[in-house]
Write a protein that binds this ligand. Structure first.
Ligand code: PRP
Length: 234
């Protein structure tokens, strides 16, 4: 009983030092979108009045826009092609693409990715953050052995303490998945610095960098709970 009362008072981020937004902006291989349409849609997404169907639609659209940004440097190979007029050499992606939505909140982003990469393999990974300790718990795993993937995107809208993203990438690396990238909508400076430190080889793509985590580990100003808002379970 005493333990419960004590832990209820001492929230998990209380007294934990957090880096400033400015200090993490210079971290290597972190790509924060500067696209005005991304900024426009993020503002609508953050709005507390945005209802679940609209929220899901925005997450999916942002997923499509981030997919475009995060695939800008993929390799292609030349392939013979014939237009209605003549033969030419076209381009196709060199190797396959994998998408790993981190359940649940990553589902809308993955949906957006599939609008531009319909042939991508989709591997589901279930991680739930314990609300008391903020530790991620793995509860579902439908990963395949990687075959001939040029790149694999771990997608999850929220990078708060970074625990879930770090664990997801650890799991994917243990499966032997090469060429990983992380894609999210918003990050707190704390989670971003932790992720950069734990996986310096993984490029990070974000729609926005927020200010801080509150005592409960929620990203501020944030957008609330991305899973609950997408699926109407508030
Ligand atoms: C949220 C979010 C991330 C995680 C981020 O998931 O989608 O997976 O928390 O927090 P972290 O960086 O501190 O680990 P949540 O546990 O709310 O599950 P859900 O996707 O099912 O809503």
């Amino acid at each position: 009983m005493l333990d419960d009362m004590t832990s209820a008072r001492r929230l998990p981020m209380t007294g934990v030092p957090q880096p400033t937004r400015a200090s993490v902006l210079a971290l290597p291989d972190v790509h924060i979108s500067r696209h005005p349409v991304v900024a426009h849609k993020m503002t609508a997404l953050r709005d507390r009045r945005t209802a679940s169907p609209e929220f899901y639609r925005l997450v999916r659209e942002l997923g499509t826009l981030l997919a475009y940004e995060a695939t800008m440097d993929l390799r292609t190979v030349g392939v013979p092609s014939e237009t209605p007029l003549e033969a030419m050499t076209g381009q196709r992606l060199a190797g396959g693409v994998g998408i790993v939505p981190i359940l649940r909140a990553g589902l809308g982003l993955a949906d957006g990715f599939r609008q531009v990469l319909p042939d991508a393999q989709v591997w589901h990974l279930g991680l739930r953050r314990d609300e008391r300790t903020l530790e991620p718990i793995e509860y579902y795993n439908q990963l395949a052995r990687a075959t001939d993937l040029q790149v694999c995107f771990s997608v999850d809208p929220m990078l708060a303490t970074g625990g879930s993203a770090i664990d997801a990438l650890n799991i994917l690396k243990r499966y032997g998945v090469p060429h990983l990238r992380y894609v999210g909508l918003i990050a707190a400076p704390y989670g971003l610095s932790k992720l950069r430190e734990a996986h310096p080889d993984v490029p990070i793509y974000l729609a926005a960098l927020d200010e801080r985590l509150d005592e409960r580990g929620f990203i501020c100003p944030g957008l609330g709970d991305a899973g609950d808002r997408q699926f109407g379970t508030l």
